[in-house]
Ligand binder design. Structure first.
Ligand SMILES: Nc1nc2c(ncn2[C@@H]2O[C@H](COP(=O)(O)OP(=O)(O)OP(=O)(O)O)[C@@H](O)[C@H]2O)c(=O)[nH]1
Ligand SMILES: [Mg+2]
Length: 350
């Protein structure tokens, strides 16, 4: 999963990237494992040789360009490729780091960036709409229908954006989403808003207040303390733990932020516990057993016979897949079974 870090100048994007990697690694991009407490427990129980966590790649982008100016071609490419966007909002006060808008005001910055994204999308949608409308007028009857469908989706998107609403919260149909997907629209993608504060209590308050006003589908607000987390990550463990307690920071550090990446993208996780490996597989909600099998190995999908499924906590209770089977707790599911979050899946194939 690829994510782009966006935000106003000095909001803390680079500091966040470094906090995630527990110290600077030297580049504007980092791939890190996402914590998974269920996988921790499965691994503690089965003691495999390898435990494989889901991963996410974060790209640190330059500051959001002022006044509707374009991003550099490289930044623009990264932005269009990212599956989800992480908007870093400054909530820390620090006189030696001036805010580009003067006062520190998280809500104003969030509104400004949200509007900027909507305007950029509106620009893309309007230009495409013109093109498609022309094409539809001169289309042969066989092509007219598909042009009409695209036209309709674009018109709906345009109306939404003109009303300054993000597309991600508009309840678009899967078909509309598909029709709009080639245009890399910013407001269609999941948005994680990281409220960067120096005090976890203040961060949580701001984050909850904004969530109650602007929250919705594929929109998650999460408080972070990027600078403090970065400093703590570079201290000896014991010392860092003591500071954490004193400062009221969560013991898991950036864990909550990293887990919200999966939440905001509507990802569910299934697990495999085979031989020497325990592994978490992040997949989109609605993934079928056959699609899950093909993710593990194309041979598994080709020779798919059936899937054996058990929720992770039930497996931990009974101990082993054999024991689960003996007690009749291992369900048999076919190709079309929709994978549930927390399933442990064993695929049987030819
Ligand atoms: N006190 C405090 N300072 C922070 C925090 N996050 C970042 N800073 C400081 O703010 C300044 C800007 O942080 P950066 O991480 O470089 O911000 P950025 O968003 O990458 O900035 P651009 O790349 O210029 O857009 C640096 O001096 C950081 O040390 C924070 O949570 N608390
Ligand atoms: Mg930066």
């Amino acid at each position: 999963m690829e994510l782009a870090l966006i935000g106003l100048q000095g909001a803390g994007k680079t500091t966040l990237l470094h906090a995630i990697t527990r110290g600077p690694r030297g580049g504007p991009v980092a791939t890190v494992p996402l914590p998974d407490p269920r996988l921790d427990q499965l691994a503690a129980h089965f003691r495999p040789l390898r435990t494989i966590y889901p991963e996410a790649t974060f790209h640190d982008l330059p500051p959001w360009p002022e006044g509707g100016r374009p991003f550099s071609p490289e930044a623009s490419h990264l932005l269009s490729r990212a599956e989800a966007l992480v908007m870093v909002i400054r909530a820390f006060r620090r006189p030696d780091v001036p805010h580009p808008r003067g006062e520190v005001d998280p809500e104003r910055d969030f509104q400004e960036l949200s509007l900027e994204m909507a305007y950029r999308d509106l620009d893309v949608v309007s230009r495409r709409l013109e093109k498609v409308a022309k094409a539809a007028a001169s289309a042969r009857p066989t092509e007219r229908e598909s042009a009409q469908r695209e036209l309709k989706a674009l018109q709906r998107a345009k109306a939404t954006l003109e009303a300054e609403r993000p597309l991600r919260q508009e309840g678009l149909t899967p078909e509309e989403r598909k029709l709009l997907s080639p245009f890399a629209l910013l407001t269609l993608r999941p948005l994680l808003i990281a409220i960067n504060a120096d005090d976890p209590v203040i961060g949580t308050e701001i984050s909850q207040a904004l969530a109650s006003r602007y929250g919705g589908e594929a929109t998650t607000f999460v408080p972070i303390c990027a600078q403090m987390e970065l400093e703590l990550a570079q201290m000896p463990q014991e010392e860092a733990d003591a500071f954490r307690q004193e400062l009221g920071l969560p013991p898991e550090g950036m864990g909550a932020f990293l887990r919200s990446v999966l939440e905001v993208t509507g990802t569910v996780t299934f697990y495999t516990v085979v031989g020497e490996e325990c592994r978490a597989w992040p997949v989109p909600r609605g993934t079928t057993a056959l699609e899950a099998a093909s993710k593990i190995h194309s041979d598994m999908a080709r020779g798919f016979v059936r899937a054996e499924v058990i929720p992770w906590h039930q497996l931990l209770e009974v101990g082993t897949l054999q024991e689960a089977k003996a007690r009749g707790l291992l369900r048999t599911e076919g190709k079309g079974y929709v994978v549930q979050d927390g399933d442990v899946i064993h695929i049987l194939f030819h």
